[in-house]
Design a protein around this ligand. Structure first.
Ligand code: G4P
Length: 532
C-alpha cells in the first residue's frame, strides 16, 4: 500500500481571488512557510499587470514565465502540497475555470475593505457547481475594512454558501492586534513583519482568563469575548464533513503581506483539506487508489518562440501511478504514446520526473497530440468529463484574407482552440468561423499568433452576439423545429454540440419562453450527464 501513503499525503488546490485581493502575496507566503522559496518577491514576476491590457506581448511574455510557476509544489509537515496557479487577469478567466477542474480544494482570498467582488462571484459559482471545498482567507486586516460580521454576512449572501469562522480578528487597521484561533483556542498577536516569519502564539486556557486583558487591553478583551459569544451562538460548530462536501466554508482572518494568519491557515489547511479525490468519466467514476493510471489535460501552454513549436500539456493524475517512458493510451486519438521528459514543477524549477501520483500535475512536451480535456489511461477506454466551457462574451468572425493561406489559417485556429485560447463556433452556410472569447485581449493574442506563427493572413469582424448557449432537448423533433426556426442564429461548437447565438438578453429570454421544450445552457457542464 505504498501508493496509498503517497495519495494521502497530497494536497492539490488553487488560490482564487478578485485581482488585488492578495492572491500572489498569499501564494508567496505559503511558499516561504513551506521552504520552497527563501525570499519574498520570487512569485511577483509571474503576475500579469492589471493595467497593461493593450500590451499583450508583455502579458504573453509573463504567461511564458508563468509556465514555471503554473504548479508550485512543496513539502510541509509531511504533506506534498501542490498549488495550481490561476491567472488573475479577467480576460484569462477561462484558464482559471479549467484549472479549477484539476484541484481538490480552493482557498478564496477576500480583501477586507472590498468584500466580495465581481470575479470572486464567478469563480465561486464554478466551485459551487463542482462542490469544491473552500477555505476563505480575509486579507489586509492591517487596513481599515468592513466589520467581520458584515463580511461574513456578505459572503453568505452574495456567494450563497454557509461560512464558519475558525479565527477571529481583534480590531482592524491601526487597532488590529491579531487573531484569536477559535479552532485551537490560542491567541496570535500581530506584529507587522514583511520579511521574517515570526509568530507570537500564546495559549489561553480560557477566554475568561485575565491574561487576555493583560495582552490586548480590557476594552479589546471584552469586545472579543462578546463577539466570540455571538459567533458561537450564530454559527454551527465546525464539522470537517460539511467543509469536505462543499456545504460550509471555514473562514480565517489575517494579513498576507505581514505573514500574519498564514501559518494558522496553512496548518489547518493541512489538517482538514481533502487528499486527491476521484473524478467522473463518461463510463464510470475513477478513484485515486485504482491500480491503472489515468489523468486528463486541463491546460496547454504554447511556446511563443516560433523556432520551438512545442507545447506543454498539463496533466492532472487522477488514478494509479504515472511512470516515465511507459506507453499510455490516448483515448481520443486511439493511440499509444510514451513520454521521455515528463516534468514536475517545484517553485521556479522544472525537473524531469520518473513517477507521479494522483493529485500531481505532470508537464508533457507535446507536438500537437493534445487538446484540453484529453484523457490518458493505462489502456481503459473512458474520457474524463467536466472541463467546462463558458459562454464567451465577445464574438468576432474570422475572415481569411488570402485564399492561398487557408490551410495555415485552418491549422492555426484549430491549434489555438485546442490550447483553449478561445472558443470556435461554426456557422452554416459557408463554414463561417465565429471566434468567442471572454476578453478583448485574446483577439490580439490570436491575431498576432496566426500571423507570426502560422503565416496566415486574416482579420476579425465584430459580430453582435450577446451569448452562446448550448441547446438540448429531450424531444428531438422539437430541437429540429427550433433549429429550423432560428437557422440564422445556429452554430456548432468544436465537439459538434448545437449552439444558439443570442443577439440580446431579450431575444434569449424570448426564445426560452417560446420554446419550453428546449434547455438553454450557459456552460458546457451539462455534458457531464449528457451524451451527444
Ligand atoms: P493579487 O495577486 O490578488 O492581484 O494581489 P497581490 O498579492 O499582488 O496584492 C495586491 C496588493 O495588495 C499589493 O500591493 C500587495 O502588497 C497588497 N497586499 C497584499 N496583502 C496585503 C495585506 O495583508 N495588507 C496590505 N496592507 N496590503 C496587502 P501593490 O501596491 O499592488 O504591490 P506591491 O508594490 O506591494 O508589490
Amino acid at each position: 500500500m505504498r501508493d496509498q501513503v503517497q495519495i494521502e499525503k497530497r494536497r492539490t488546490f488553487g488560490i482564487i481571488s478578485h485581482p488585488d485581493a492578495g492572491k500572489t502575496t498569499l501564494t508567496e507566503k505559503l511558499l516561504l512557510f513551506g521552504g520552497a522559496i527563501q525570499t519574498a518577491g520570487a512569485v511577483k514576476n509571474n503576475k500579469i499587470k492589471k493595467t497593461a491590457t493593450s500590451d499583450f506581448m508583455e502579458i504573453e511574455k509573463q504567461r511564458g514565465i508563468s509556465v514555471a510557476t503554473s504548479v508550485m509544489a512543496f513539502q510541509y509537515k509531511n504533506k506534498q502540497i501542490n498549488i495550481l496557479d490561476t491567472p488573475g487577469h479577467k480576460d484569462f478567466a477561462e484558464d482559471t475555470f479549467r484549472t479549477l477542474t484539476a484541484v481538490d480544494s480552493v482557498i478564496l482570498v477576500i480583501d477586507c475593505a472590498n468584500g466580495v467582488e465581481e470575479q470572486t462571484k464567478r469563480l465561486m459559482e464554478v466551485c459551487r457547481m463542482r462542490k469544491t471545498p473552500v477555505i476563505v482567507f480575509i486579507n489586509k486586516m492591517d487596513r481599515d475594512g468592513k466589520e467581520a460580521f458584515d463580511l461574513l454576512d456578505e459572503l453568505e449572501q452574495t456567494l450563497a454558501i454557509k461560512v464558519r469562522p475558525l479565527t477571529w480578528p481583534i480590531g482592524m487597521g491601526d487597532r488590529f492586534q491579531g487573531v484569536y484561533n477559535i479552532y485551537q483556542q490560542s491567541l496570535n498577536l500581530f506584529s507587522a513583519n514583511k520579511t521574517k516569519i515570526e509568530s507570537k502564539v500564546l495559549e489561553i486556557a480560557s477566554l475568561d482568563d485575565q491574561e487576555l486583558d493583560a495582552y490586548i487591553g480590557d476594552k479589546a478583551a471584552n469586545e472579543l469575548r462578546e463577539e466570540l459569544e455571538i459567533v458561537e451562538n450564530v454559527y454551527d460548530p465546525f464539522q470537517r464533513s460539511d467543509y469536505l462536501s462543499g456545504d460550509i466554508a471555514p473562514v480565517f482572518f489575517g494579513s498576507a503581506v505581514n505573514n500574519f494568519g498564514v501559518q494558522e491557515l496553512l496548518d489547518t489547511f493541512c489538517e482538514i483539506s481533502p487528499s486527491p479525490i476521484g473524478r467522473d468519466t463518461d463510463v464510470r467514476r475513477v478513484e485515486p487508489n485504482e491500480e491503472g493510471f489515468s489523468g486528463f489535460v486541463f491546460k496547454i501552454h504554447a511556446n511563443l518562440d516560433p523556432k520551438h513549436r512545442d507545447r506543454i500539456a498539463f496533466l492532472r493524475v487522477v488514478s494509479g501511478k504515472f511512470e516515465r517512458n511507459t506507453f499510455y493510451y490516448h483515448v481520443r486519438l486511439d493511440k499509444k504514446l510514451k513520454f521521455s521528459n515528463p516534468t514536475s514543477f517545484l517553485a521556479q524549477d522544472k525537473s524531469i520526473i520518473d513517477e507521479a501520483y494522483p493529485g500531481d500535475v505532470v508537464g508533457l512536451y507535446d507536438t500537437g497530440n493534445f487538446k484540453i480535456g484529453d484523457t490518458l489511461s493505462s489502456g481503459e477506454k473512458f474520457s474524463y468529463k467536466g472541463i467546462p466551457s463558458f459562454s464567451p462574451e465577445i464574438f468576432q468572425e474570422l475572415e481569411n484574407l488570402d485564399p492561398m493561406k487557408s490551410k495555415q489559417l485552418e491549422k492555426g485556429i484549430r491549434q489555438l482552440i485546442d490550447e483553449g485560447v478561445a472558443q470556435l463556433f461554426i456557422q452554416q452556410p459557408g463554414n463561417r468561423k465565429i471566434v468567442g472569447t471572454v476578453g478583448q485581449l485574446q483577439f490580439e493574442v490570436i491575431n498576432y499568433r496566426l500571423i507570426h506563427e502560422y503565416g496566415a493572413n486574416c482579420r476579425f469582424v465584430h459580430r453582435n452576439f450577446f451569448k452562446a448557449c448550448w441547446v438540448t432537448s429531450e424531444k428531438p423533433d422539437k430541437l429540429i423545429a427550433f433549429q429550423r426556426a432560428k437557422s440564422n442564429s445556429m452554430a456548432s461548437d468544436k465537439d459538434g454540440y448545437l449552439i444558439f447565438l443570442a443577439e440580446t438578453p431579450f431575444l434569449l429570454s424570448m426564445a426560452e419562453q417560446d420554446y419550453p421544450d428546449i434547455t438553454f445552457h450557459q456552460t458546457s457542464e451539462f455534458m457531464l450527464s449528457a451524451k451527444k
